[in-house]
Design a protein around this ligand. Sequence first.
Ligand SMILES: C[S@@+](CC[C@H](N)C(=O)[O-])C[C@H]1O[C@@H](n2cnc3c(N)ncnc32)[C@H](O)[C@@H]1O
Length: 204
Amino acid sequence: MKPAEKTVLAEHRRYLVDDLSGAVLDLGAGTGAIFPYFREAVADGRNITLFAIEPDPHMRRKAVERAHELGLDIEIESASAESLPFTDDSFDVVIASLVFCTIPDFDTALSEVARVLKPGGEFRFLEHVRGEGAVGVAHDVLAPAWHTVAGGCHLNRETHEIFRDDERFELVDYTRLENIPQVVPTVRGTLKRRREASLLSQLV
Ligand SMILES: C[S@@+](CC[C@H](N)C(=O)[O-])C[C@H]1O[C@@H](n2cnc3c(N)ncnc32)[C@H](O)[C@@H]1O
């Protein structure tokens, strides 16, 4: 991912951290690829308290090392997105970058995002999704093998459709990215947790 980080991902990671404030959670931090951008936000004087979760111990160790190298104050928990170790209405912003493709129980994880976000809080995402037309058909064919070789990643998840249709959130912003090859269609966007989200999730 290193070349892609500099050439195509940097502007989208900046989108995820733009104008951050308050309590912020990075879901599935991996090796901490977004941490340098958190560092920029802190250096900018933003008033933020940073948390991350990462279930894989190897990745988590690397993330801890990277935070240390950057002098970044961030609490990194061993947890999965399906069971977040935080109370309801804890966060102003939850960030998911290239993670919902891998999460095994998508619906539970999205419910957890709705639960831990404060009403009016933002869920910002950067995710690769199933392609359209022939690319989508190719993704369907390749998906089972890809899942095996790529650490459980679902190549053909329609993450964007699920995010956009979820009534617990208001769609604030959504873009299909042009600077990323269309063999790996990628989207970014922001959802805002509706004020009545807790009630809705109790009803479904
Ligand atoms: C492709 S990496 C992305 C890492 C990082 N967010 C980034 O932008 O580079 C996907 C990450 O999701 C993590 N992951 C897998 N299952 C997860 C789950 N159920 N909950 C949270 N994170 C998970 C993996 O361990 C891995 O670190």
